[in-house]
Design a protein around this ligand. Structure first.
Ligand SMILES: CSCCC(=O)C(=O)COP(=O)(O)O
Ligand SMILES: [Zn+2]
Length: 217
């Protein structure tokens, strides 16, 4: 069975909302980033941003529907995001995932580089961890970080290996983050929580260094 027109239009409308919200935060510099919303599991079909578009704008040619192999379901001149395979990996590994969002920000790039040596970024005791759906006392989270392989099948395979149901996101070194959730509302909440935690941590390191410098000089 293939997605109905109504399902497609609903997914496209939701993608418009997410895209404009993230664009207002400058989360799509230089046409970077890609977004998807799942339409159905069996067979897998999801709406995804077309490749290379200016994601701060809306146009009638922003999205297309693809299958599990990242192939367009309909005849179209649009090219799916170059990173569509990563969305497909997320949906295939986690059939409960309903949306997957990817953005490049300075904060997620800094954290991905700073902690690449450990292949993970950990943080504990931050209220925004609850934004990831983790409510335990003094929770600690660990976000995996993978190398930024230029070959997308290699990158997707590396991501497939490290992602877990506990943490709805993965960092790619000096590239960006993929975050997902049961639907677009949840994926957005997760992405925002991750970005807050990355920015908080990077700023905290800077501030601590500044305080140490002034008290030792
Ligand atoms: C100009 S950013 C390089 C490609 C990238 O990382 C990205 O997120 C956007 O690629 P797409 O094909 O989805 O436009
Ligand atoms: Zn990217």
């Amino acid at each position: 069975m293939t997605a109905t027109l109504e399902q497609r239009l609903d997914a496209f409308r939701r993608l418009d909302d997410a895209k404009l919200t993230f664009a207002r935060r400058d989360w799509f510099p230089g046409t970077s980033g890609n977004l998807s919303i799942k339409i159905q599991n069996e067979p897998l079909q999801f709406a995804v941003t077309a490749s290379g578009k200016d994601k701060t704008k809306l146009s009638p040619e922003d999205y297309l529907v693809v299958d599990r192999d990242s192939r367009p379901v309909d005849a179209t001149s649009l090219k799916p995001s170059a990173e569509t395979l990563i969305h497909a990996v997320v949906y295939q590994k986690f059939p409960q995932a309903g949306a997957c969002f990817h953005v490049h920000t300075v904060w997620n790039n800094l954290i991905s580089e700073l902690y690449f040596g450990q292949r993970a970024f950990s943080i504990q005791g931050q209220e925004l961890i609850k934004g990831l759906g983790i409510w335990e006392e003094n929770a600690r989270i660990t976000v995996p970080i993978v190398e930024n392989f230029a070959d997308i099948p290699t990158l997707a395979a590396a991501i497939e290996k490290v992602i877990t149901p506990e943490i709805p996101g993965v960092l790619i070194r000096n590239h960006g983050i993929y975050a997902w959730g049961g639907n677009d509302f949840e994926a957005k909440r997760h992405l925002e929580a991750f970005e807050f935690l990355f920015e908080y941590h990077a700023r905290w390191l800077q501030l601590r260094q500044a305080v140490v410098s002034t008290t030792t000089n």
